[in-house]
Design a protein around this ligand. Structure first.
Ligand code: ADP
Ligand code: MG
Length: 344
């Protein structure tokens, strides 16, 4: 697969979800929005794959395509051995419950007029299956809520964190294989974010779930994910085991994101390096490497030639013409015990 830009796809049996060359374009009055351009990813059964990138880079669009919420403009989706893009509508409908989604704003994702019990039971209802009160109570308890206390409440009578737990219970009711979590804690108070993340982590283990975890916050993603995929303006920059992300960033955009994570120690006064300039318009993405207009390392080559994804360390893939240089620098820093320095 060398040179195809898909070197990071794994050729193993335990890949549960694989998307290849996903393109999503929106036709608008202003022109074509190139939201996702030739993205390929695979998710192994039981793993958590994180997708990170700043707002507007196409994470939700990619997630919606991966989970069959919206069909892509082109590209293929393979789920549990089924070529989803070529399945009949009714076959695809049968697979849908196996791919569940949890959204950023839990309160508006839940029907305000229904009680928690009704909300959690509505999924199977749509599929013509009755569920017992015991099953619903069990799930309410499994997401850390008290069935007696919240069962008859409506979304407006609960906190954001409680609503997100209800949304998780509703997803679990359908016994999914994959849950796409699209910025599931971004709208929650910082104090409850960790609780909801811990809950997702625990449920994944207990129920052998596979998670695709989307966030704009690299700090959140790298802690919860086995592998992290870094996205910029509709394309992948880097796919890396999360444990290597901090030590061996091999794309200038990843490095810039890492430097933007606030330092938790108040004694240390480090101003995070902002990524210079605005995200270019997805109506007219830059030629060559899409990050080049904001990259401190960019050369003429970056405008002329699109960098291809390739393996720079075992299981670690990056798509910058200078990834090997960046990696060598990171390795030298590791060897000398330094923190990664700004790339400028
Ligand atoms: P993210 O989730 O990373 O913030 P999105 O996937 O929501 O990014 O959006 C990617 C790009 O596609 C953005 O420029 C956004 O404005 C655009 N976009 C998303 N949905 C639509 C739509 N339905 N019609 C037109 N443009 C859209
Ligand atoms: Mg989004």
């Amino acid at each position: 697969m060398a040179g195809s830009g898909k070197a990071h796809l794994r050729d193993t049996d335990d890949v549960l979800l694989r998307v290849e060359d996903i393109v999503v374009e929106y036709e608008t009055e202003a022109g074509t929005v190139y939201a996702v351009s030739n993205v390929s990813l695979d998710v192994r059964r039981g793993e958590t794959l994180g997708i990170v990138g700043e707002s507007g880079c196409g994470k939700s669009t990619l997630g919606r395509a991966m989970t069959m919420l919206d069909p892509p403009t082109s590209g293929t989706i393979d789920f549990a051995g089924h070529g989803v893009t070529t399945l009949s509508a009714s076959k695809r409908r049968q697979l849908r419950p196996k791919l569940q989604v949890i959204f950023q704003d839990p309160i508006s994702a839940l029907n305000p007029r229904r009680t928690v019990r009704k909300i959690i039971g509505e999924g199977p209802e749509i599929w013509g299956r009755k569920v017992s009160d015991e099953q619903i109570n069990e799930l309410i308890a499994a997401v850390g809520l008290d069935p007696q206390a919240v069962g008859d409440r409506r979304p407006g009578e609960m906190s954001g964190g409680q609503c997100q737990r209800v949304a998780i219970a509703r997803a679990l009711m359908l016994e999914p294989d994959v849950i796409l979590c699209d910025e599931p804690v971004s709208s929650l108070d910082v104090s409850v974010q960790a609780q909801v993340l811990n809950l997702l982590e625990r449920l994944r283990e207990e129920r052998e779930l596979t998670l695709v975890f989307i966030a704009h916050d690299l700090g959140v993603v790298k802690n919860i994910s086995d592998r992290t995929a870094v996205m910029y303006l509709g394309k992948l920059c880097e796919v890396v085991p999360s444990g290597d992300l901090h030590r061996f960033p091999s794309h200038p955009y990843t490095r810039a994101l890492l430097e933007a994570i606030p330092v938790p120690d108040p004694e240390v006064e480090i101003l995070p390096m902002e990524i210079a300039g605005d995200l270019p318009s997805p109506l007219a993405p830059p030629s060559g490497c899409r990050f080049r207009t904001r990259c401190v390392m960019a050369t003429n080559r970056c405008a002329a030639e699109e960098p291809q994804m390739r393996e720079v360390r075992p299981g670690h893939f990056a798509a910058c013409h200078y990834s090997e240089d960046l990696l060598a620098r990171a390795e030298a820093e590791q060897a000398s015990g330094q923190e990664p320095a700004p790339v400028a």
